[in-house]
Structures are given as structure tokens and as C-alpha cells.
Design a binder for this molecule. Sequence first.
Ligand SMILES: Cc1cc2nc3c(=O)[nH]c(=O)nc-3n(C[C@H](O)[C@H](O)[C@H](O)COP(=O)(O)OP(=O)(O)OC[C@H]3O[C@@H](n4cnc5c(N)ncnc54)[C@H](O)[C@@H]3O)c2cc1C
Length: 319
Amino acid sequence: MSVLIFVDIAEDGSVKKSSLEALTYGAQLASQLGTEARGIVLAPVNEDLSALGKYGVSTVHQVKNEALKHFDAQLYTKVIAQAAEQTGATVIVFSHNSDGKAIAPRLSARLKAGLAAGAVALPDTTSGFTVKKSVFSGKAFANITITTPVKILSLNPNAFKIETGEGIAEVSDLSINVDVPKVKVTQVKKQSGEVPLAEAEIVVSGGRGLKGPENWGILEDLAKELHAALACSRPVADAHWRPHNEHVGQTGGAIAPNLYIAVGISGAIQHLAGVNRSKVIVVINKDPEAPFFKAADYGIVGDLFDVIPKFTEAVKQLK
Ligand SMILES: Cc1cc2nc3c(=O)[nH]c(=O)nc-3n(C[C@H](O)[C@H](O)[C@H](O)COP(=O)(O)OP(=O)(O)OC[C@H]3O[C@@H](n4cnc5c(N)ncnc54)[C@H](O)[C@@H]3O)c2cc1C
């Protein structure tokens, strides 16, 4: 019996922040269960994996195979299923990010293991195994009891604090049969110079209040100063003012940055559904009655074309 944590690797070979949260979570769960935590890495990595021991894992297993270079949910699922069997893992932890969302349900079907997707806290293991997860786009919580021998969890990004200690992990190669991928990656286009939205600590987001794509420069300037990612409301993406990968909300991406700055966005429930897990929300809107103010931690009532340049200047001064 052990806890196995999937370590997600970014395109640049670094360990994703959401995986550091999953490692801390998995390690604390393992100590709660009186067992050990291990990580598993499939993609090529640029970091010293033994350093992941500081998040509480005793071992980091690595599967080195050219076929695993690019993320492939089907292939990764098969490899993790074999790794779980080889290592005797009874709990498998993912981050509830795009990779985790693609693998965890497949693995659940393959291993006939119960899955709690979007966990927000450590399971209650006093009698059984009950996981608190967010439901209805973060509007409510559900407690899910998993009764299968093998259990799978995916942890909501930004729901669990990363904690570090002194440990050094043993790094060991796992020998696993890797199928020939059914999907062939012919080209990878990297978005250079931009902060990826899903991983961003700070997000600057624009709505229809910006009036048109030609005005996005003021948000880009602010985002650059704050080292933030850009996002937008759905009508903005629908009107092709911004690319669809920036659209957040019920039908777009769901994000949970530490700081979400909403500029010229009314705050419709469909928009809030994707951003209401943000730690701090700042709303800038000229309409004091805009619904977004009800969800805001801080609000500025004013014309964004006056406020944003001053905001950017103030950030520059602070630096
Ligand atoms: C099934 C369904 C799914 C949906 N999914 C999503 C989704 O995933 N994401 C999403 O965002 N929406 C979604 N929507 C649309 C959603 O209901 C809203 O229509 C949308 O979020 C509004 O976008 P907005 O706030 O940019 O525009 P608007 O509602 O037009 O608001 C613009 C805001 O800008 C303010 N403003 C204008 N000028 C200025 C200025 N100069 N300075 C400061 N403020 C100014 C206005 O006061 C206003 O509050 C969905 C709708 C449906 C029906």
C-alpha cells in the first residue's frame, strides 16, 4: 500500500506548480494513512528529481521512453496503471488540471477505482475514505466516499498549500511496456513570452468594456508589469478580439489564481463560474451596480481607460 502522485511536467521540462501542491497533498495523505508517498514522472524533465523529496515523497519513479515525450492521455493512463500495480499503490493523486482531467477518469475505468475529481481538502479517513470536492462550478461542496480498494483523487489547483521539508527522494527507473502511440505529434507551437493562464499566479482579464481589440494594449502593459497572464470574457473571444484559449467561465477555462483582476467585465454567473475560486478578486468597472462587485474583494468604480494606465504606473513605481 502506498500513495502514488503523478508529477506533471511543463513543456520547458520544469515541474508544474500544481504538481508541487499534489505532491504535498499526497505526502500528507500518506502520513495520515501510515504509508509512504511516491511520485511518478513520465515526460522528459530538466529538474533534479531527488529534490522533490522536500515535498514529502520518499521515491520518485521515472519512466524513460521517447513515446512519452509528448502528453498522450491514452498512453499515460496505461503506463500509470502498470506503475500503480508495480508499486502497490492504493491511492493515486493527480492535480485537477488539463492533464489530470484527461488521465484520472480513464485510469478510474481501467483500474475499476473510485474517483473523486476536484478535491479541496485531505480525505477524512476516520471511518472509510471521504473526500470533500467542489461542485456546481465552485458554488457548493460534496463529500464523496470512495469504497473501491484503489482510490483516485485529483486536487483542485490552488486548494492546498505547498509545504516543504528537508527530505531527499530516491530516484528510480521503472521498467514498463510502453505501446506505440496512436497519436503522432507532428508539430508543437509554443506560446513564447507569455505566462500560461492555467498556471498563472496573477491574471488580468478584460471584457466588453474594453470596446475593441485595439484597446488591449493597456491590459497587456499591466499584465507585463505584474508578470500576469491575460484572460477575457466569452463575448470578447466570440467576437475574435482575443483568442479562445483566454476565455474563462462556465464554457471556457476554470482558473484559481491568487489574484484575478477583472476589467470592464459585468460579472455574469457564467463568467464567475470559471473564476470564483481565485484567492483575491479585484473588479474595475464604471457601473457601481455591476454584479461583479458582489464577488469582489476590492473594487474600483471608474473608467478603465483612466484607471488602468494609473494602475500600471503605480505598479512600476512600486518596483
Ligand atoms: C450558456 C452560457 C454560457 C456562458 N459562458 C460564459 C463563459 O464561460 N464566460 C463568460 O465570460 N461568459 C459566458 N457567458 C456570457 C455571460 O452570460 C455574459 O454575457 C458575459 O460574461 C458578459 O461579458 P462582459 O462582462 O465582457 O460584457 P458585458 O456584460 O457587456 O459587460 C461589460 C461591462 O463593462 C463595463 N464597462 C463598459 N465600459 C467601461 C469602461 N469604460 N470602464 C469600466 N467599465 C466599463 C460595463 O459597466 C459592464 O459591466 C455565457 C452565457 C451563456 C448563456
